[in-house]
Write a new protein. Structure first.
Length: 221
């Protein structure tokens, strides 16, 4: 099996500057400016992927193309992904397409639970998601098999828990914009609850205590 790498290791490789790592993937946004240019870029990506035998997720919209890469059978980023993003970036440059990596964002929903086994089957059924089990409790996730909806993960809470129920969001952004996002949320009436784990994540709450974590790929395995 291919050896996986951290975000820091990925970004230390030449040719990755136009990409940002989050949630086990490397991703970027190409500003195509027209649908026709987007189609041309997608065609080039298809040729590159077929030649490499390694296929990214591609989202064609007007006027952008979003590309996300990972090595699925390795469970993270590998040298295959580094090679792929280099070729994709080169193809975009040949078409005169600019990358906007700082605009990437990925959303997760966390459900705080006292009894995961009692709660998780409900969410799996109502969303028609697949269950994914990692090495630890917090690695138990539900994922959209079509790759469209946000991942949902289940966080163990200790009794007594005064809240009737609690769901919070995790928003993963480009590292260079994380502090800007945190400051904007505070300026909009939010409260910074903790920056003890920064730059991996900051914990914030709105005026009624509903929480969100602004996350990056830095400092993670």
């Amino acid at each position: 099996m291919d050896t996986t790498m951290t975000a820091e290791e990925f970004h230390s490789r030449e040719g990755t500057a136009e990409w940002r790592v989050g949630l086990g993937h490397a991703q970027t946004v190409f500003r195509t400016g027209s649908f026709a240019t987007g189609v041309a870029l997608v065609d080039r990506i298809g040729e590159i992927a077929d030649r490499a035998g390694h296929h990214p997720d591609v989202d064609l919209r007007y006027p952008t193309v979003i590309v996300r890469v990972t090595t699925h059978d390795a469970g993270g980023l590998t040298a295959k992904d580094v090679d792929l993003v280099r070729e994709v970036s080169a193809a975009a440059a040949e078409l005169g397409v600019q990358a906007e990596p700082a605009s990437i964002q990925q959303l997760e929903i966390a459900v705080d639970v006292l009894d995961r086994d009692a709660v998780l089957p409900f969410w799996r059924a109502v969303l028609a998601y697949d269950r994914f089990d990692g090495d630890g409790y917090e690695d138990v996730e539900l994922r959209d098999p079509a790759g469209r909806g946000p991942t949902i993960w289940f966080q163990q809470m200790d009794e007594p828990r005064p809240q009737r129920n609690r769901i919070h969001l995790d928003v993963t952004v480009a590292p260079e914009h994380a502090r800007e996002r945190v400051d904007a949320a505070v300026a909009a009436g939010g409260v910074l609850l903790s920056d003890g784990a920064a730059p991996s994540f900051w914990i914030l709450a709105d005026a009624e205590g509903n929480e969100v974590c602004v996350c990056t790929s830095l400092g993670r395995a």
